[in-house]
Ligand binder design. Structure first.
Ligand code: SAM
Length: 248
C-alpha cells in the first residue's frame, strides 16, 4: 500500500541513518526534501540516487495536494528534512496533515532528534518535559515567551543557534534566575560535541568566555521550577489579585 514515510536523518554523524532509513530512501518513488542540495549530499554518501522534490515552509501548503495525489495514485514517497526528525522545528506538518486527511498511510522511520538526544545525556528530570523549539528571534518576544514559562515545573527544551545563544541565556537568567540548573548540548554527534552543565549564570559565563563555545548548534535544557519557586509565584499571583481588586 502506497505510504508516505517520514524518515529521520542524522543530526551530524552520518552513520546515524538507520539501515531501514537507507532502505526506504532507496526504494520510494521520490523524496520530498527541505533542501534538495543538502539531501543530495546525504544520499550520495549512501550511493542512493532518487528524484527529489523541494518541500519547504514556503511551498508546502501549495505542493501538499500534488504530493498527496501521487500517493493516492499508488506511489510511495519519503519526507526528510535537513537534519533529524521532520516536523520537529522543521517543515512537514502540512503535508502529513493533508496525507492523513486523504486517508493515505503515513509511517515513521524513526532516528535522530536533537532534543531527545540532548535530553538523554543531560541528567535533568526527563520523565516529563516540554519541547519549546526556537524562541522568538527578537528580544521582547523572546522574554514574553519565557515569562509564560516562569512557573513551568517540567524540564524545558529549547533549540538555539550560535548567534543568539548568549542573548537567550541572558534572558533565561532574568526570568528563571541565575541559579536555575541547566544543561547546554552543542554539536551532538559531531567532532566538537560538548555537553555543559551547571546553572544558567555559569553556562552563560562559559559561552561568553570562549568563542569556541558559541559555535555550532545548541539544545538548551532548563530544569523546571521547584515547589518553593512555584509557591512563591502562586503567592505573587494571589497578592496581585488582591491588589487589583482595589485598583480602579
Ligand atoms: N528536526 C531537527 C531535530 O529533529 O532535532 C531539528 C531541526 S531545527 C531547524 C535545527 C536546530 O536543532 C538547531 O538550531 C539546534 O538547536 C538543533 N540541533 C540540530 N542538530 C544538532 C546537533 N547536532 N547538536 C545540537 N543541537 C542540534
Amino acid at each position: 500500500v502506497a505510504t508516505l514515510y517520514v524518515v529521520a536523518t542524522p543530526i551530524g554523524n552520518l552513520a546515524d541513518l538507520s539501515p531501514r532509513g537507507q532502505e526506504v530512501l532507496r526504494t520510494v518513488a521520490a523524496i520530498c526534501a527541505e533542501d534538495t542540495r543538502h539531501t543530495g549530499q546525504l544520499l550520495s554518501h549512501f550511493g542512493i540516487q532518487q528524484p527529489l522534490v523541494a518541500l519547504h515552509e514556503h511551498n508546502e501548503e501549495m505542493l501538499a495536494e500534488r504530493i498527496v495525489a501521487r500517493l493516492k495514485a499508488g506511489e510511495s514517497l519519503a519526507l526528510v528534512s535537513d537534519a533529524g526528525t521532520p516536523l520537529v522545528s522543521d517543515p512537514g506538518f502540512r503535508l502529513v496533515r493533508a496525507a492523513r486527511a486523504a486517508g493515505v498511510k503515513v509511517s515513521p522511520v524513526p532516528g535522530a532528534c536533537a532534543a531527545i538526544a540532548a535530553l538523554s545525556v543531560a541528567g535533568l528530570p526527563s520523565d516529563r518535559f516540554t519541547f519549546e523549539g526556537f524562541l522568538p528571534a527578537k528580544g521582547a518576544g523572546r522574554r514574553e515567551r519565557l515569562q509564560a514559562l516562569a512557573g513551568e515545573v517540567r524540564t524545558m527544551v529549547f533549540y538555539e543557534s550560535s548567534h543568539r545563544i548568549s542573548e537567550s541565556l541572558a534572558d533565561m537568567r532574568t526570568v528563571f534566575g541565575d541559579g536555575r540548573p541547566a544543561v547546554l548540548a552543542r554539536e551532538l554527534t559531531k567532532l566538537f560535541e560538548t555537553v555543559l552543565d551547571g546553572d544558567l549564570a555559569s553556562l552563560q559565563d562559559r559561552v561568553d568566555g570562549d568563542d569556541n563555545q558559541r559555535k555550532g548548534e545548541f539544545v538548551v535544557m532548563v530544569q523546571g521550577a521547584q515547589d518553593d519557586e512555584q509557591a512563591q509565584l502562586a503567592h505573587g499571583r494571589r497578592v496581585y489579585a488582591k491588589l487589583s481588586e482595589h485598583l480602579p
